[in-house]
Ligand binder design. Structure first.
Ligand code: SF4
Ligand code: SF4
Ligand code: FES
Length: 213
């Protein structure tokens, strides 16, 4: 076991687990979107899980750091909050906010993070830049909503864990990156209708059953 301090509280956690996991399991919330428990390597793509560690010159991503004895961690300093708010606003500037018609409303991770950071969902000083690509409706039982997707990759990781290969993937590049299904409609129908793990793991309302909107 490693024993260390987080926000003046003593925390004990198994050696080898990430600092983000150790904090979450000890009721210390750090905003996060792209990490899932069990991942060997976090993609470090959402840039939300910053913390300060004594002795390190800059805040670091807690999903990338393994716990160590005697580390001293601060999760709520002003520089951490500034970085988290900027990352969140950037993410929200590419997100179509229409909670009233979204199946994720009231259980959405973005709403939870906005409440935690005491910031609104709508970025104040950033122009929206939504993608022009259309939503994907070709899957037999699921729809993908391009401008709700935060590109966290949780669905891809989960699909690989379940089926040894991803039936869902990122397509295009850079700011045009979107999520898409992979493969023929009949094969997807047989596999996905029994599974739906991607719907469950999506932190927002970007993958919906055809019966939902
Ligand atoms: S994904 Fe969350 S923030 Fe976005 S529209 Fe749906 S409920 Fe609102
Ligand atoms: S569809 Fe959902 S789980 Fe998949 S990358 Fe987009 S937001 Fe993440
Ligand atoms: S959870 Fe650490 S960068 Fe996304």
């Amino acid at each position: 076991m490693a024993k260390f301090m987080v926000d003046n509280k003593t925390v004990e956690a198994n050696e080898g687990i990430t600092l983000l996991r150790a904090c979450l399991e000890n009721d210390i919330y750090i905003p996060n979107l792209c990490w899932i428990k069990g991942m060997a390597d976090a993609p470090v793509s959402c840039r939300l899980c910053f913390v300060e560690i004594e002795g390190q010159p800059q805040p670091v991503s807690s999903c990338k750091i393994k716990v160590k004895d005697d580390m001293v961690v601060k999760t709520d300093g002003p520089s951490v909050r500034r970085l988290q708010k900027t990352a969140f606003q950037l993410l929200m500037s590419a997100h179509e906010i229409n909670c009233k018609v979204c199946p994720a409303n009231k259980k959405c991770e973005l709403q939870k993070i906005a409440r935690f950071l005491k910031t609104g969902l709508k970025p104040k000083r950033m122009e929206p830049h939504l993608k022009e690509a259309s939503d994907s409706t070709s899957h037999p039982c699921l729809d993908l909503h391009v401008n709700r997707c935060v590109l966290c990759g949780r669905c891809i990781y989960t699909c690989i864990q379940k089926h040894d290969q991803a039936l869902i993937t990122f397509a295009k590049r850079g700011i045009d990156t979107i999520i898409r299904f992979y493969g023929a409609s009949e094969a997807l129908s047989a596999t996905c209708s029994e599974c739906l793990a991607c719907v469950a793991i999506c932190p927002v309302g970007a993958i919906t059953l055809k019966s939902e909107k």
